[in-house]
Design a protein around this ligand. Structure first.
Ligand SMILES: [Fe+2]
Length: 212
């Protein structure tokens, strides 16, 4: 997480009078236990867990009540356990693992709030305007994360209905080694967050970055 992201979220949510917070998933990266090739200088799993826990604590302190959609990265402990043949009963649940008192929604869950569907976004269709494509397919306004380089809102309307798709961006510090895989791509993660008003309107708030 890039430094300053939590205060940005607090300022934004205060300005909008936000009364409910959804974490769209991939709260943590878990680079060290991912299925991808690792950079040799990266942290080990224990150090990553301890460091990530400090960042999670900052988020939980700012937002004590959250609906957390489990993302593909959050799920890496369970995914690796399954690969190794370890029963999931042997693991701590996600809230215990990260010491958050949040409502945890399992991977691929679709949460409906004010008739807007919230999902992590790792079920396809992907690419640009992924949330918009989901909204059209579901014919339901849809908010999602997962695609770090997507941030924004797009509406679809017919004679009777209007729906929106919002990609909420993210707060990652993509200059860190864990994101080395993205260095070759010109597109970078869009830093920001999303706000939904009464289930009818959606606004993507890009983060005006502090200088390093
Ligand atoms: Fe994801």
């Amino acid at each position: 997480m890039r430094k300053g992201y939590v205060p940005f979220l607090q300022r934004t949510f205060d300005a909008w009078g936000v009364d409910k917070v959804v974490h769209i998933g991939d709260l943590v990266d878990w680079n060290s236990i991912s299925y991808h090739e690792k950079h040799p200088s990266n942290s080990n799993a224990y150090r990553e867990y301890k460091q990530a826990k400090k960042q999670v604590a900052k988020i939980a302190e700012a937002f004590p009540k959250v609906d957390w959609m489990i993302g593909n990265h959050d799920a890496l402990t369970q995914r690796q356990a399954t690969t190794a043949g370890i029963p999931l009963d042997c693991l701590k649940d996600y809230a215990d693992l990260w010491e958050v008192d949040w409502t945890v929604h399992p991977r691929f869950y679709k949460l409906l709030l004010d008739d807007v569907l919230y999902c992590h976004g790792d079920t396809g269709p992907g690419g640009q305007h992924s949330a918009y494509k989901h909204a059209v397919n579901n014919f339901k306004s849809t908010v999602q994360g997962h695609h770090h380089a997507n941030g924004g809102v797009k509406y679809y309307t017919n004679e009777k209905f209007r729906v929106f798709g919002m990609d909420v961006g993210c707060g990652v510090d993509y200059k860190l080694l864990q994101f080395e895989y993205g260095r070759k791509f010109p597109r970078k993660p869009v830093l920001g967050c999303g706000v939904v008003v009464n289930g009818k309107q959606a606004y993507f708030e890009p983060w005006v970055l502090p200088s390093r």
